[in-house]
Structure formats: C-alpha cells, structure tokens
Design a protein around this ligand. Structure first.
Ligand code: MN3
Length: 208
C-alpha cells in the first residue's frame, strides 16, 4: 500500500499553550511527512508493498536488513496514533471504563502510573518513546520505553498510549525540559477516550 499523511485531527493551535502551533506545524507537516515519504520510497522492491502498515512494520522489524524501512514505518504508525493520543482539554485522571481498574490492579493506581510513565520518558536516552502497553502474552499492563521508531507492537505488545520524546516534539515549547513536557502531556493533553477505545479493542496481534 502507499502510505499517506493523515491530517491532524484538530487545528494546529488547538493544543496551546501546552503544545504550540509552531511545534505541530513542524512535527506533523515536516517530520511525520518525511517518515511517510521515506517509508514509501524504501518499501519499493521489498515484497512488503501489499501488506498493511502494521504487518509491514513488524516484518521489517524482524529483518535486520530492513532496519531503515522499519524506522520509517514505526514512526508513521507511532505518529498516526500520537495525534489522537492528545486533545484540547485532555489529561488528568478521568480514565474510561475498565481501564481505570486495570491500571489500579496492574500498575498500582494512577499516581504510580503517572510517575513511572514520566520516568520512562525522562530516562529514554536520546530519541524515542515512552508507553503504556498491554503485554499480549500475560494480559498485564506495563510501562515501556523504546528507542527511535520502535514501539510495543514490534515487540508483540499492544500500544495503548505513547508519548514522543524526540526533541522535535518538545524543544520549541519546553527547550531541554523533557520532564515538564511529559507532565504537561499527562496532565493537560492525553485523550483518554482514545486510549479507552484501544483498550476496548484488546490485544493488537500482527502476523508478519
Ligand atoms: Mn515525532
């Protein structure tokens, strides 16, 4: 398939003051677009062209010779969801349905989750992501961090919530204060309705 850059699901200035119009213009129009363009270029001739994004991404992750392609597809997948993981007036502790109880039983409650998620993001050395993931094998929630374009799906898990800790995601608004960005993400931006929808869908199992 030919990958396409989806439009932002809100206006470029919708997340201000927590994430600026300038950040979203660069992040969506330049960075996400580059992953889509490069992914479409690198997938040619690999035999993965007919696969879904998720299938091609997992297959590329398993083949070290396709590491360059994986980075682009992983980042395309991550950003498609990242835009939906935020909304104006988001954040806080209002977690939908059974997910709240699951966070309580598997992670020790919201405050512990919040602390561990921020810690994962702060301690991801260099570029990458921090995650709330569902381990498909154990059925347990876990906090993860991954480098570059990696994500829980590549590791056989389900991505429920991810935060981009590449500098391009926060440097315009927060400079080097990655922790302040992560706090703003959780306290004022997270779209828990979208996280709840992913949770209700259940394990994301991708056959490569
Ligand atoms: Mn990014």
């Amino acid at each position: 398939m030919t990958f396409e850059l989806p439009p932002l699901p809100y206006a470029y200035d919708a997340l201000q003051p927590f994430m600026s119009k300038e950040t979203l213009e660069f992040h969506h129009d330049k960075h996400h677009k580059a992953y889509v363009d490069k992914g479409n270029e690198l997938i040619k001739g690999t035999g993965l062209e007919s696969k879904s994004l998720e299938e091609a991404m997992v297959a590329a992750f398993k083949d070290k010779a396709k590491a360059g392609l994986f980075n682009q597809l992983g980042q395309h997948f991550n950003h498609i969801h990242f835009w939906h993981w935020m909304k104006a007036g988001g954040g806080g502790k209002k977690i939908p349905g059974t997910l709240e109880k699951k966070i309580q039983s598997d992670l020790g409650g919201f405050d512990t989750f919040r602390g561990k998620f921020i810690e994962a993001g702060v301690t991801q050395f260099g570029s990458g992501w921090c995650w709330l993931a569902l381990d498909n094998a154990s059925g347990k929630l876990e906090i993860m961090k991954t480098p570059n374009g990696e994500n829980p799906v590549a590791h056989g898990k389900t991505a429920l919530l991810g935060c981009d800790v590449w500098e391009h995601s926060y440097y315009i608004d927060y400079r080097n204060a990655r922790q302040k960005y992560l706090e703003a993400f959780l306290d004022s931006l997270v779209n828990w309705d979208y996280v709840g929808q992913l949770w209700e869908k259940g394990p994301m199992k991708i056959a490569a």
